[in-house]
Design a protein around this ligand. Structure first.
Ligand SMILES: NC(=O)c1ccc[n+]([C@@H]2O[C@H](COP(=O)([O-])OP(=O)(O)OC[C@H]3O[C@@H](n4cnc5c(N)ncnc54)[C@H](O)[C@@H]3O)[C@@H](O)[C@H]2O)c1
Length: 434
Protein backbone atom coordinates (compact mmCIF):
# COMPACT_ATOMS: atom_id res chain seq x y z
CA UNK A 1 0.00 0.00 0.00
CA UNK A 2 1.37 3.39 -1.01
CA UNK A 3 -0.66 5.77 1.12
CA UNK A 4 0.34 9.43 0.97
CA UNK A 5 -2.07 10.73 3.55
CA UNK A 6 -0.63 12.55 6.55
CA UNK A 7 -1.12 10.73 9.86
CA UNK A 8 -4.12 11.69 12.02
CA UNK A 9 -1.92 12.82 14.92
CA UNK A 10 -3.32 14.62 17.95
CA UNK A 11 -6.81 15.82 18.64
CA UNK A 12 -9.44 16.78 16.06
CA UNK A 13 -11.61 19.78 16.93
CA UNK A 14 -15.16 19.48 15.64
CA UNK A 15 -16.85 22.86 15.74
CA UNK A 16 -20.54 22.67 15.00
CA UNK A 17 -22.74 25.58 14.02
CA UNK A 18 -26.05 24.91 15.74
CA UNK A 19 -26.35 22.92 18.96
CA UNK A 20 -29.77 21.44 18.22
CA UNK A 21 -31.36 18.05 17.65
CA UNK A 22 -28.90 16.72 15.08
CA UNK A 23 -25.66 17.85 16.67
CA UNK A 24 -26.53 16.93 20.26
CA UNK A 25 -27.57 13.46 19.02
CA UNK A 26 -24.27 13.25 17.14
CA UNK A 27 -22.20 14.35 20.15
CA UNK A 28 -24.04 12.15 22.64
CA UNK A 29 -23.62 9.12 20.38
CA UNK A 30 -19.89 9.72 19.93
CA UNK A 31 -19.35 10.20 23.67
CA UNK A 32 -21.45 7.12 24.51
CA UNK A 33 -19.64 5.01 21.90
CA UNK A 34 -16.33 6.11 23.38
CA UNK A 35 -17.42 4.63 26.69
CA UNK A 36 -18.62 1.45 25.03
CA UNK A 37 -22.22 2.28 25.96
CA UNK A 38 -23.66 2.64 22.44
CA UNK A 39 -22.85 1.60 18.89
CA UNK A 40 -22.33 4.17 16.08
CA UNK A 41 -24.81 2.40 13.81
CA UNK A 42 -25.15 3.86 10.33
CA UNK A 43 -21.66 5.41 10.22
CA UNK A 44 -19.81 4.19 7.15
CA UNK A 45 -16.47 5.17 8.65
CA UNK A 46 -17.10 2.84 11.58
CA UNK A 47 -18.64 -0.15 9.77
CA UNK A 48 -18.28 -0.17 6.00
CA UNK A 49 -15.74 -2.43 4.34
CA UNK A 50 -14.32 -1.62 0.92
CA UNK A 51 -12.91 -4.20 -1.41
CA UNK A 52 -9.32 -3.65 -2.48
CA UNK A 53 -7.63 -5.80 -5.09
CA UNK A 54 -9.30 -8.29 -7.38
CA UNK A 55 -9.70 -12.02 -7.89
CA UNK A 56 -7.69 -14.16 -5.51
CA UNK A 57 -6.04 -11.02 -4.03
CA UNK A 58 -9.21 -9.24 -3.07
CA UNK A 59 -9.91 -8.34 0.51
CA UNK A 60 -12.48 -6.21 2.29
CA UNK A 61 -11.05 -3.59 4.61
CA UNK A 62 -12.52 -1.01 6.95
CA UNK A 63 -11.69 2.62 6.13
CA UNK A 64 -9.09 2.92 8.88
CA UNK A 65 -7.30 -0.13 7.49
CA UNK A 66 -6.93 1.65 4.14
CA UNK A 67 -6.24 5.26 5.20
CA UNK A 68 -5.28 6.91 8.50
CA UNK A 69 -8.52 8.06 10.13
CA UNK A 70 -9.06 10.15 13.24
CA UNK A 71 -10.55 8.06 16.05
CA UNK A 72 -13.64 8.82 18.09
CA UNK A 73 -11.35 9.30 21.10
CA UNK A 74 -9.50 12.11 19.27
CA UNK A 75 -12.60 14.29 18.85
CA UNK A 76 -13.08 17.47 20.89
CA UNK A 77 -16.42 19.22 20.39
CA UNK A 78 -17.24 22.90 20.36
CA UNK A 79 -20.31 24.81 19.14
CA UNK A 80 -22.05 28.07 18.35
CA UNK A 81 -25.77 28.59 18.93
CA UNK A 82 -28.34 31.34 19.13
CA UNK A 83 -29.57 29.84 22.42
CA UNK A 84 -27.27 29.61 25.45
CA UNK A 85 -28.16 26.06 26.63
CA UNK A 86 -25.22 23.68 26.88
CA UNK A 87 -25.19 20.40 24.96
CA UNK A 88 -26.70 18.44 27.85
CA UNK A 89 -29.61 20.86 28.29
CA UNK A 90 -30.16 21.01 24.56
CA UNK A 91 -30.06 17.21 24.16
CA UNK A 92 -32.67 16.92 26.92
CA UNK A 93 -34.86 19.64 25.37
CA UNK A 94 -34.74 18.15 21.88
CA UNK A 95 -36.18 14.86 23.16
CA UNK A 96 -34.56 12.76 20.50
CA UNK A 97 -32.76 10.43 22.90
CA UNK A 98 -34.03 8.91 26.10
CA UNK A 99 -32.61 10.26 29.35
CA UNK A 100 -30.87 6.96 30.03
CA UNK A 101 -28.85 7.40 26.84
CA UNK A 102 -27.78 10.93 27.75
CA UNK A 103 -27.10 10.83 31.50
CA UNK A 104 -23.94 8.65 31.33
CA UNK A 105 -22.20 11.47 29.39
CA UNK A 106 -23.87 14.38 31.17
CA UNK A 107 -20.58 15.83 32.47
CA UNK A 108 -18.93 15.90 29.05
CA UNK A 109 -22.03 17.37 27.41
CA UNK A 110 -22.34 20.09 30.04
CA UNK A 111 -18.86 21.29 29.17
CA UNK A 112 -19.93 22.01 25.59
CA UNK A 113 -21.28 25.53 26.01
CA UNK A 114 -22.17 27.33 22.79
CA UNK A 115 -20.22 30.40 21.75
CA UNK A 116 -22.29 33.38 20.70
CA UNK A 117 -23.83 32.88 17.28
CA UNK A 118 -23.25 34.94 14.17
CA UNK A 119 -26.92 35.49 13.46
CA UNK A 120 -29.32 37.67 11.54
CA UNK A 121 -33.00 37.22 12.32
CA UNK A 122 -33.93 37.98 8.72
CA UNK A 123 -32.41 34.62 7.83
CA UNK A 124 -34.46 32.58 10.35
CA UNK A 125 -37.44 34.58 11.54
CA UNK A 126 -38.84 31.90 13.79
CA UNK A 127 -35.78 31.88 16.07
CA UNK A 128 -35.61 34.14 19.06
CA UNK A 129 -32.42 33.42 20.99
CA UNK A 130 -30.21 35.86 22.87
CA UNK A 131 -26.77 34.22 22.58
CA UNK A 132 -25.82 36.40 19.64
CA UNK A 133 -22.76 38.41 18.68
CA UNK A 134 -22.99 42.13 18.18
CA UNK A 135 -21.37 42.81 14.83
CA UNK A 136 -20.59 46.06 13.05
CA UNK A 137 -20.91 44.41 9.65
CA UNK A 138 -20.50 41.03 7.95
CA UNK A 139 -16.72 41.44 7.83
CA UNK A 140 -16.62 42.03 11.57
CA UNK A 141 -18.87 38.94 11.98
CA UNK A 142 -16.29 36.90 10.08
CA UNK A 143 -13.40 38.33 12.12
CA UNK A 144 -15.15 37.43 15.38
CA UNK A 145 -15.75 33.87 14.19
CA UNK A 146 -12.09 33.54 13.20
CA UNK A 147 -11.11 34.59 16.68
CA UNK A 148 -13.48 31.96 18.15
CA UNK A 149 -11.80 29.25 16.09
CA UNK A 150 -8.30 30.39 17.11
CA UNK A 151 -9.30 30.51 20.79
CA UNK A 152 -10.91 27.07 20.59
CA UNK A 153 -7.72 25.62 19.11
CA UNK A 154 -5.60 27.17 21.85
CA UNK A 155 -7.88 26.25 24.75
CA UNK A 156 -8.29 22.63 23.71
CA UNK A 157 -4.85 21.99 22.23
CA UNK A 158 -6.29 20.67 18.98
CA UNK A 159 -4.15 20.25 15.89
CA UNK A 160 -6.90 20.29 13.35
CA UNK A 161 -10.45 21.64 13.19
CA UNK A 162 -13.41 20.82 10.97
CA UNK A 163 -16.42 23.17 10.93
CA UNK A 164 -19.83 21.59 10.37
CA UNK A 165 -22.96 23.67 9.73
CA UNK A 166 -25.94 21.88 11.20
CA UNK A 167 -27.81 25.02 12.19
CA UNK A 168 -31.27 25.97 10.98
CA UNK A 169 -31.87 26.34 7.27
CA UNK A 170 -31.50 29.97 6.24
CA UNK A 171 -33.79 31.74 3.80
CA UNK A 172 -32.93 31.11 0.18
CA UNK A 173 -30.06 33.22 -1.15
CA UNK A 174 -30.08 33.10 -4.96
CA UNK A 175 -26.63 33.10 -6.52
CA UNK A 176 -25.77 36.65 -7.54
CA UNK A 177 -23.02 36.81 -10.15
CA UNK A 178 -21.99 40.33 -9.10
CA UNK A 179 -21.25 39.18 -5.56
CA UNK A 180 -20.83 35.40 -5.40
CA UNK A 181 -18.69 34.72 -8.45
CA UNK A 182 -15.31 35.83 -7.11
CA UNK A 183 -13.59 35.96 -3.78
CA UNK A 184 -12.75 39.64 -4.24
CA UNK A 185 -16.40 40.63 -4.74
CA UNK A 186 -17.50 38.40 -1.86
CA UNK A 187 -15.00 40.05 0.49
CA UNK A 188 -16.03 43.50 -0.75
CA UNK A 189 -19.69 42.67 -0.05
CA UNK A 190 -18.81 41.52 3.47
CA UNK A 191 -16.97 44.79 4.06
CA UNK A 192 -19.86 46.79 2.59
CA UNK A 193 -22.26 44.90 4.89
CA UNK A 194 -24.36 43.60 2.03
CA UNK A 195 -26.79 41.72 4.26
CA UNK A 196 -28.98 40.62 1.34
CA UNK A 197 -26.26 38.65 -0.37
CA UNK A 198 -24.08 37.61 2.56
CA UNK A 199 -25.83 35.10 4.79
CA UNK A 200 -24.35 34.53 8.28
CA UNK A 201 -23.48 30.99 7.15
CA UNK A 202 -21.08 32.51 4.59
CA UNK A 203 -19.25 34.23 7.43
CA UNK A 204 -18.83 30.87 9.21
CA UNK A 205 -17.57 29.24 6.03
CA UNK A 206 -15.17 32.05 5.24
CA UNK A 207 -13.87 32.06 8.82
CA UNK A 208 -13.34 28.27 8.79
CA UNK A 209 -11.42 28.34 5.52
CA UNK A 210 -9.38 31.36 6.61
CA UNK A 211 -8.38 29.47 9.77
CA UNK A 212 -7.37 26.29 7.94
CA UNK A 213 -10.50 24.24 8.64
CA UNK A 214 -12.55 22.27 6.11
CA UNK A 215 -16.20 23.38 6.02
CA UNK A 216 -19.25 21.16 5.60
CA UNK A 217 -22.75 22.48 4.82
CA UNK A 218 -25.33 20.10 6.30
CA UNK A 219 -28.33 22.30 5.49
CA UNK A 220 -29.45 23.19 1.96
CA UNK A 221 -27.99 26.74 2.17
CA UNK A 222 -26.07 27.90 -0.89
CA UNK A 223 -23.22 29.08 1.39
CA UNK A 224 -20.24 27.25 -0.14
CA UNK A 225 -22.03 26.40 -3.36
CA UNK A 226 -20.72 29.55 -5.04
CA UNK A 227 -17.59 30.19 -7.13
CA UNK A 228 -16.24 32.69 -4.56
CA UNK A 229 -16.05 29.96 -1.91
CA UNK A 230 -14.58 27.47 -4.38
CA UNK A 231 -11.88 30.07 -4.98
CA UNK A 232 -11.34 30.50 -1.24
CA UNK A 233 -11.09 26.72 -0.76
CA UNK A 234 -8.59 26.48 -3.59
CA UNK A 235 -6.54 29.42 -2.32
CA UNK A 236 -6.25 27.87 1.15
CA UNK A 237 -6.04 24.28 -0.15
CA UNK A 238 -8.96 23.06 1.92
CA UNK A 239 -11.89 20.72 1.31
CA UNK A 240 -15.49 21.91 1.26
CA UNK A 241 -18.59 19.74 1.12
CA UNK A 242 -22.31 20.27 0.74
CA UNK A 243 -25.11 20.49 0.71
CA UNK A 244 -27.92 19.10 2.90
CA UNK A 245 -27.57 15.81 4.76
CA UNK A 246 -29.12 12.96 2.79
CA UNK A 247 -31.01 11.31 5.62
CA UNK A 248 -34.52 9.93 5.09
CA UNK A 249 -36.73 10.65 2.15
CA UNK A 250 -34.01 11.67 -0.28
CA UNK A 251 -31.92 8.65 0.67
CA UNK A 252 -34.89 6.48 -0.26
CA UNK A 253 -35.43 8.49 -3.44
CA UNK A 254 -31.84 8.29 -4.63
CA UNK A 255 -31.79 4.57 -3.90
CA UNK A 256 -35.24 3.79 -5.30
CA UNK A 257 -35.31 5.94 -8.46
CA UNK A 258 -32.51 3.80 -9.97
CA UNK A 259 -34.88 0.77 -9.79
CA UNK A 260 -37.32 2.61 -12.06
CA UNK A 261 -34.56 3.90 -14.34
CA UNK A 262 -32.61 0.65 -14.56
CA UNK A 263 -35.75 -1.34 -15.37
CA UNK A 264 -36.84 1.23 -18.03
CA UNK A 265 -40.21 1.87 -16.41
CA UNK A 266 -41.92 5.22 -16.93
CA UNK A 267 -42.59 7.89 -14.33
CA UNK A 268 -45.72 10.05 -14.34
CA UNK A 269 -45.31 11.67 -10.95
CA UNK A 270 -43.57 11.52 -7.60
CA UNK A 271 -45.23 13.21 -4.68
CA UNK A 272 -43.20 13.42 -1.47
CA UNK A 273 -44.58 14.81 1.71
CA UNK A 274 -43.23 14.99 5.24
CA UNK A 275 -44.63 15.73 8.65
CA UNK A 276 -42.25 16.68 11.40
CA UNK A 277 -42.53 18.63 14.61
CA UNK A 278 -39.05 19.59 15.74
CA UNK A 279 -37.45 23.06 15.58
CA UNK A 280 -36.16 22.25 12.09
CA UNK A 281 -39.80 21.74 11.06
CA UNK A 282 -40.78 25.00 12.72
CA UNK A 283 -38.12 26.96 10.79
CA UNK A 284 -39.06 25.19 7.53
CA UNK A 285 -42.69 26.18 8.06
CA UNK A 286 -41.60 29.67 6.97
CA UNK A 287 -41.97 29.76 3.15
CA UNK A 288 -38.64 31.52 2.50
CA UNK A 289 -36.77 28.89 4.53
CA UNK A 290 -38.72 26.04 2.95
CA UNK A 291 -37.76 27.36 -0.49
CA UNK A 292 -34.09 26.56 0.26
CA UNK A 293 -35.05 23.00 1.23
CA UNK A 294 -37.38 22.58 -1.72
CA UNK A 295 -34.70 23.47 -4.25
CA UNK A 296 -32.39 20.94 -2.65
CA UNK A 297 -34.95 18.13 -2.38
CA UNK A 298 -36.22 18.59 -5.93
CA UNK A 299 -32.81 18.27 -7.53
CA UNK A 300 -32.43 14.56 -6.77
CA UNK A 301 -34.65 12.97 -9.41
CA UNK A 302 -33.70 15.19 -12.33
CA UNK A 303 -30.26 13.69 -12.81
CA UNK A 304 -31.38 10.08 -12.25
CA UNK A 305 -34.49 9.98 -14.44
CA UNK A 306 -33.50 12.31 -17.25
CA UNK A 307 -36.21 13.35 -19.74
CA UNK A 308 -33.71 14.23 -22.50
CA UNK A 309 -32.23 10.73 -22.36
CA UNK A 310 -35.53 8.84 -22.27
CA UNK A 311 -38.30 11.09 -23.60
CA UNK A 312 -40.84 8.22 -23.73
CA UNK A 313 -40.33 7.45 -20.05
CA UNK A 314 -39.52 10.69 -18.24
CA UNK A 315 -40.94 13.69 -20.06
CA UNK A 316 -43.04 16.00 -17.88
CA UNK A 317 -43.22 13.89 -14.76
CA UNK A 318 -44.72 15.82 -11.89
CA UNK A 319 -42.35 16.05 -8.92
CA UNK A 320 -43.62 17.71 -5.77
CA UNK A 321 -42.08 17.94 -2.30
CA UNK A 322 -43.89 19.24 0.80
CA UNK A 323 -42.87 19.62 4.43
CA UNK A 324 -45.54 20.18 7.04
CA UNK A 325 -44.85 21.25 10.59
CA UNK A 326 -46.76 18.90 12.86
CA UNK A 327 -45.68 19.23 16.51
CA UNK A 328 -46.97 15.90 17.93
CA UNK A 329 -44.34 13.97 15.96
CA UNK A 330 -41.37 16.02 17.18
CA UNK A 331 -38.17 14.52 15.66
CA UNK A 332 -39.93 11.35 14.51
CA UNK A 333 -40.63 12.38 10.98
CA UNK A 334 -42.97 10.59 8.63
CA UNK A 335 -41.94 10.75 5.01
CA UNK A 336 -44.56 9.63 2.51
CA UNK A 337 -43.81 8.98 -1.12
CA UNK A 338 -46.45 8.29 -3.72
CA UNK A 339 -44.90 7.23 -7.00
CA UNK A 340 -46.98 6.97 -10.14
CA UNK A 341 -45.17 4.80 -12.62
CA UNK A 342 -46.23 3.23 -15.91
CA UNK A 343 -45.26 0.04 -17.68
CA UNK A 344 -45.86 -1.95 -20.86
CA UNK A 345 -48.07 0.03 -23.27
CA UNK A 346 -48.28 2.84 -20.76
CA UNK A 347 -50.42 1.07 -18.15
CA UNK A 348 -50.27 2.92 -14.82
CA UNK A 349 -49.16 1.51 -11.45
CA UNK A 350 -48.45 3.01 -8.04
CA UNK A 351 -45.80 2.54 -5.41
CA UNK A 352 -46.22 3.89 -1.85
CA UNK A 353 -43.37 4.25 0.59
CA UNK A 354 -44.03 5.35 4.14
CA UNK A 355 -40.80 5.89 6.06
CA UNK A 356 -41.41 6.30 9.77
CA UNK A 357 -37.96 7.58 10.55
CA UNK A 358 -36.13 9.58 13.15
CA UNK A 359 -34.49 12.60 11.63
CA UNK A 360 -31.60 13.09 13.98
CA UNK A 361 -30.92 9.35 14.37
CA UNK A 362 -30.34 9.26 10.61
CA UNK A 363 -28.38 12.53 10.50
CA UNK A 364 -25.95 11.85 13.38
CA UNK A 365 -23.89 9.18 11.59
CA UNK A 366 -23.70 11.44 8.53
CA UNK A 367 -22.20 14.17 10.72
CA UNK A 368 -19.54 11.77 11.94
CA UNK A 369 -18.73 10.46 8.46
CA UNK A 370 -18.62 13.92 6.88
CA UNK A 371 -16.39 15.28 9.61
CA UNK A 372 -13.95 12.36 9.61
CA UNK A 373 -13.80 12.14 5.83
CA UNK A 374 -13.31 15.90 5.39
CA UNK A 375 -10.44 15.73 7.86
CA UNK A 376 -9.05 12.78 5.88
CA UNK A 377 -9.38 14.73 2.62
CA UNK A 378 -7.49 17.68 4.11
CA UNK A 379 -4.66 15.42 5.26
CA UNK A 380 -4.62 13.82 1.81
CA UNK A 381 -4.02 17.27 0.29
CA UNK A 382 -7.41 17.43 -1.45
CA UNK A 383 -9.13 20.78 -1.78
CA UNK A 384 -12.29 22.33 -3.19
CA UNK A 385 -15.61 20.53 -3.57
CA UNK A 386 -15.28 16.93 -2.41
CA UNK A 387 -17.43 15.02 -4.88
CA UNK A 388 -16.73 11.72 -3.13
CA UNK A 389 -18.87 12.99 -0.24
CA UNK A 390 -21.94 13.36 -2.51
CA UNK A 391 -23.08 9.98 -1.15
CA UNK A 392 -23.97 11.73 2.11
CA UNK A 393 -25.64 14.78 0.58
CA UNK A 394 -29.03 15.56 -0.87
CA UNK A 395 -27.92 18.20 -3.30
CA UNK A 396 -24.26 17.58 -4.11
CA UNK A 397 -22.22 20.60 -5.09
CA UNK A 398 -20.98 20.70 -8.68
CA UNK A 399 -19.55 23.28 -11.03
CA UNK A 400 -22.77 24.65 -12.52
CA UNK A 401 -20.84 27.48 -14.18
CA UNK A 402 -19.41 24.85 -16.55
CA UNK A 403 -22.65 22.88 -16.88
CA UNK A 404 -21.41 19.97 -14.75
CA UNK A 405 -24.22 17.57 -13.82
CA UNK A 406 -24.20 16.32 -10.22
CA UNK A 407 -24.33 12.60 -9.48
CA UNK A 408 -27.45 11.81 -7.43
CA UNK A 409 -27.72 8.07 -8.04
CA UNK A 410 -26.93 6.48 -4.68
CA UNK A 411 -24.95 3.56 -6.04
CA UNK A 412 -22.89 5.69 -8.42
CA UNK A 413 -22.14 7.94 -5.46
CA UNK A 414 -21.07 4.90 -3.46
CA UNK A 415 -18.70 3.83 -6.26
CA UNK A 416 -17.14 7.33 -6.23
CA UNK A 417 -16.77 7.20 -2.44
CA UNK A 418 -15.07 3.81 -2.52
CA UNK A 419 -12.71 4.80 -5.29
CA UNK A 420 -11.66 7.98 -3.48
CA UNK A 421 -10.80 5.97 -0.36
CA UNK A 422 -8.97 3.39 -2.47
CA UNK A 423 -6.95 6.09 -4.23
CA UNK A 424 -6.08 7.91 -1.00
CA UNK A 425 -4.94 4.54 0.38
CA UNK A 426 -2.68 3.95 -2.60
CA UNK A 427 -4.89 1.30 -4.24
CA UNK A 428 -6.19 1.37 -7.80
CA UNK A 429 -9.73 2.65 -8.37
CA UNK A 430 -12.02 0.22 -10.20
CA UNK A 431 -15.56 -0.17 -11.46
CA UNK A 432 -16.32 -3.69 -10.26
CA UNK A 433 -19.52 -4.29 -8.36
CA UNK A 434 -19.30 -5.95 -4.97
N1 LIG B 1 -32.21 15.76 10.63
C1 LIG B 1 -32.24 15.58 9.35
O1 LIG B 1 -32.66 14.55 8.86
C2 LIG B 1 -31.70 16.64 8.44
C3 LIG B 1 -31.49 16.32 7.10
C4 LIG B 1 -30.95 17.29 6.26
C5 LIG B 1 -30.63 18.53 6.75
N2 LIG B 1 -30.88 18.83 8.05
C6 LIG B 1 -30.57 20.17 8.47
O2 LIG B 1 -29.76 20.16 9.60
C7 LIG B 1 -29.99 21.36 10.31
C8 LIG B 1 -30.15 21.06 11.80
O3 LIG B 1 -31.33 20.32 12.05
P1 LIG B 1 -31.85 20.12 13.54
O4 LIG B 1 -32.99 19.18 13.48
O5 LIG B 1 -30.70 19.85 14.45
O6 LIG B 1 -32.41 21.59 13.85
P2 LIG B 1 -32.53 22.33 15.27
O7 LIG B 1 -33.49 23.43 15.04
O8 LIG B 1 -32.81 21.35 16.35
O9 LIG B 1 -31.06 22.89 15.52
C9 LIG B 1 -30.54 23.95 14.80
C10 LIG B 1 -29.88 24.90 15.77
O10 LIG B 1 -29.21 25.90 15.01
C11 LIG B 1 -29.26 27.10 15.75
N3 LIG B 1 -28.94 28.20 14.84
C12 LIG B 1 -29.71 28.76 13.89
N4 LIG B 1 -29.04 29.73 13.23
C13 LIG B 1 -27.80 29.78 13.78
C14 LIG B 1 -26.65 30.55 13.53
N5 LIG B 1 -26.64 31.48 12.58
N6 LIG B 1 -25.55 30.32 14.29
C15 LIG B 1 -25.55 29.36 15.24
N7 LIG B 1 -26.62 28.60 15.53
C16 LIG B 1 -27.72 28.80 14.80
C17 LIG B 1 -30.67 27.11 16.32
O11 LIG B 1 -30.76 27.95 17.41
C18 LIG B 1 -30.85 25.63 16.69
O12 LIG B 1 -30.51 25.36 18.02
C19 LIG B 1 -31.21 22.03 9.68
O13 LIG B 1 -30.81 23.05 8.80
C20 LIG B 1 -31.81 20.91 8.90
O14 LIG B 1 -32.57 21.37 7.78
C21 LIG B 1 -31.38 17.91 8.91
Amino acid sequence: MNCNVKAADGKLGVLVVGLGAVTTTFMTGVLMARKGLAKPVGAMTQYDKIRVGKGADKKYLKYDEIVPMAKLDDIVFGAWDVYPENAFESAMNCQVLNEKDILPVKDELEQIVPMKAAFDKNYAKRLDGNNIKTCKDRWDMTEQLREDIRNFKKEHGVNRVVVLWSASTEVYVPVNKEVHYSLATLEAAMKANDVENIAPSMCYAYAALAEGAPFIMGAPNTTVDIPAMWEMAEKNKLPIAGKDFKTGQTLVKSGFAPIIGTRCLGLAGWFSTNILGNRDGLVLDEPANFRTKEVSKLSTLESILVPEEQPDLYTNYYHKVRINYYPPRNDNKEGWDNIDIFGWMGYPMQIKIDFLCRDSILAAPLCLDLVLLSDLAARAGRWGTQRFLSFFLKSPMHDYTKGEVPVNHLFQQYAILKNAIREMGGYKPDQELD
